[in-house]
Ligand binder design. Structure first.
Ligand code: GLN
Length: 551
């Protein structure tokens, strides 16, 4: 074990020019590189919005809501950190503007500032710094890597940049700033332009911060000429300007960064000696990536969902953890998973269900509300009857239970109370403890959230895949399979191989493999826990079933 380094180090990752160009993957990759060099890393995400957490936001607004083990509903970047590092992060590693301001205002109302005038700079920045320090101590880390959401120059994140600047003043020599920028190649000119990046550097300068490293995102690699231009205009040494062209897989990013020596550059800026004399610290990662990349056979998976469209664009971010989990499983199984987006509403409007037979398997993800669900139910019936592999997650499992109730148990009006208050067969019902929350409109952070244990039934598909008797999985839902119907379901052949330890809650549903090659649903979200080096067993089982490989 390397000896613990004395002085804590901080890396702040911020964005220039525009958002959505890969701050999260940059942060995850830096964290992975430094972890593999033997440092204990502490990745944190700051979101500038006023929501106290991501839980109340529409996925179309925000993309996926990721759930931590503790139950905190947060940004998908936290999922990227966990997947790259193979760890589970505490809730303290995430903060939003809403969280910070709520704390400051609640404290002021309780006279916590002793009659002082409470101001953004001083009191809000102090609270941001306090939170960073809490996470640092909790994770007992060497290097904290903080991703500041948004783009430099906007009003929303300026207090976070100010807090970072204050940390740098307090810890000279221990702080590095990384700016992830974007270099456009306008079609009419056909030349990569550095001006927006130069302007973004100057904007960051106006906050009193000079970036140490520029990650130059673009569709193509950054050439020497343009590196020189940026270096000359900003005074950033040329070797600290890193080319980051678009590539097919996010898992290649750390490998490319290391080719440019980013890890050692950061350690040099932070005045840290490289601890590990390992030649190729990303060896295992490289092997994983090469297996993923070189998979020869294809498998075609359809995801029947909603939320995909915003105007003319498809929002894939909504299901990011599911997409990644499928890729992880594909990598390990040696197949390339190709995903198609199937809008459930199309099946309501008469799109032929036979179209589903073009796929090796179909996944129905989680969701809320009534839109598109009849299309999903129709699709599930087709998959069940035609023995096409089906994997249902959360709402996907609940809808499979409704489908079984309607079409096998003959309960024509079977439904979820979430959508039909008047159904005489609420096979999916609201949890008792949730009724009060709904009546009082307490929606934020009140679902069944975070990790719960489940006990697995031996000799079931689920237990065969997990190879263990007790599992721990992350939840995010308000409704459950109604225990009053279990006996009838079981008599009619539906199996509940995973239940809460008290036997009350149905956590997994499946059909025996003698009846269907893969028909399985989970009340929890397995997509939140796999990683590329260790895919989730249920995703692996599903992908293998799609390819008719033995589990
Ligand atoms: N809407 C369902 C519930 O609240 C399922 C939630 C989900 O899919 N995450 O129980």
């Amino acid at each position: 074990m390397p000896t613990k380094q004395k002085k804590h180090k901080y890396i702040f990752v911020c964005g220039g020019v525009m958002s959505g160009v890969g701050k999260g993957i940059t942060t995850s990759s830096i964290a992975l590189i430094l972890k593999n060099k033997g440092f204990k890393v502490n990745p944190m995400k700051i979101d500038p919005y006023l929501n106290v957490d991501a839980g109340t936001m529409n996925p179309g607004e925000h993309g996926e809501v990721f759930v931590l083990e503790s139950g905190l509903e947060c940004d998908q970047d936290m999922g990227n950190y966990e997947r790259f590092l193979g760890v589970s992060l505490p809730r303290e590693n995430y903060m939003t503007n809403g969280m910070v301001l709520k704390h400051v205002i609640d404290k002021e109302r309780a006279l916590g500032y002793g009659g002082k005038c409470v101001e953004p700079v001083t009191h809000v920045t102090e609270e941001i710094i306090r939170r960073i320090e809490v996470a640092r101590k909790l994770t007992d880390s060497d290097i904290t890597i903080v991703e500041i959401g948004g783009t430099v120059g906007e009003y929303q994140n300026s207090l976070f940049i100010e807090a970072a600047r204050l940390i740098k003043i307090k810890h000279p020599g221990d702080v590095a700033f990384v700016m992830v920028s974007y270099l456009p190649i306008p079609g009419t000119i056909g030349e990569m332009k550095t001006k927006p990046t130069q302007a973004a550097i100057r904007t960051l300068n106006s906050h009193g911060v000079h970036p140490d490293v520029i990650i130059a995102r673009a569709t193509k690699p950054l050439d020497q000429r343009r590196k020189e231009k940026i270096a000359e205009a900003s005074g950033i040494p040329i070797e600290q300007i890193i080319s980051a062209p678009d590539i097919e897989s996010i898992y290649e990013v750390p490998l490319n960064f290391e080719k440019d020596g980013l890890g050692d550059t950061l350690l040099r800026i932070l005045n840290v000696k490289n601890k590990k004399s390992i030649k190729d610290s990303l060896k295992e990662w490289r092997a994983m990536f090469s297996k993923m990349k070189n998979a020869k056979t294809d498998v075609k998976v359809g995801i029947v969902g909603k939320y995909f469209k915003t105007g003319d664009f498809v929002l894939r971010d909504v299901y990011i953890s599911i997409i990644e989990s499928l890729k992880h499983a594909g990598g390990t199984a040696g197949v390339k998973v190709n995903i198609d987006w199937l809008d459930s509403e199309d099946y309501e409007e008469g799109k032929p269900l036979e179209n589903l037979s073009n796929y090796d398997g179909i996944l129905v993800p989680g969701g809320f509300g009534g839109r598109g669900i009849e299309g999903k139910i129709k699709a599930i019936q087709y998959l069940r009857e035609n023995k096409i592999p089906f994997f249902g997650i959360c709402y996907g499992m609940q809808l499979a239970v409704i489908e079984y109730a309607r079409n096998v148990l003959g309960l024509a009006d079977a439904h979820t109370k979430e959508v039909s208050k008047s159904t005489t067969n609420p096979v999916i019902d609201v949890m008792q403890e949730q009724i009060k929350n709904l009546d009082e409109k307490k929606y934020g952070g009140t679902m069944r959230l975070g990790v719960y244990k489940a006990v697995l039934e031996p000799r079931t598909l689920a237990q065969t895949l997990y190879q263990q008797g007790i599992i721990r999985e992350r939840h995010r839902h308000r409704y459950e399979v109604n225990p009053e119907y279990i006996e009838r379901f079981e008599k009619a052949g539906l199996v509940f191989p995973g239940k809460s330890p008290d036997g009350r809650l149905m956590e997994i549903m499946e059909l025996p493999t003698s009846v269907h090659p893969f028909f399985l649903g989970t009340q929890f979200h397995p997509e939140f826990t796999g990683n590329p080096l260790k895919p989730h067993p249920l995703f692996l089982g599903f992908v293998k079933a799609c390819k008719k490989l033995n589990n």
